[in-house]
Design a protein around this ligand. Sequence first.
Ligand code: GRF
Length: 189
Amino acid sequence: TKVAALISGRGSNMEALVRAAQDPACPFEIALVLANKADAGGLATAQAAGIEALCVESKPFGKDREAHERAVDTALRERGIEVIALAGYMRILTPFLVDAWEGRMLNIHPSLLPKYPGLDTHARAIAAGDAEAGCTVHLVTAGVDEGPILGQARVPIEIGDNDHALAVRVLKEEHRLYPAVLSAFVRGL
Ligand code: GRF
């Protein structure tokens, strides 16, 4: 199954997917890495791994988010992409892309959804006095960080934790969770 990873930055989750796909038993292939920002560090990582790395910059489209998404969608379809894995893709999607890829677009979010959609998840979990944090892979629907949950991983919050330390520990779990959930999802298609 041909998967495109959509990124906006560092792309460590994308890298984890790429690494998993190198196993011959893996049911998915990362056929394209697409970024909406030219300075996304993950583009170089993907290229070095021999994967097509494409930038469809969102900036020139200004407020016309749908026009940008149409350009993205065209690039994906031209390459026969079957599933989208959002991996640190920092754009709020319009109904155009959400509807076009309904049931075929996954996202990873650094909290135990439905808790803490949006940004600053770790600081919010610590401030709330939660005993644990974690990450969630879910199907993308119209609501931001909503949509059916496909898998979660939990990480204890330690006494004296700060959001940076917690983010590092959760990220490690993200790198395990995303390939596992994507594999199971693709097997079920
Ligand atoms: C991850 O924490 C992901 O859960 C969130 O943004 C971060 C992206 O990191 N959506 P990376 O670009 O995958 O390294």
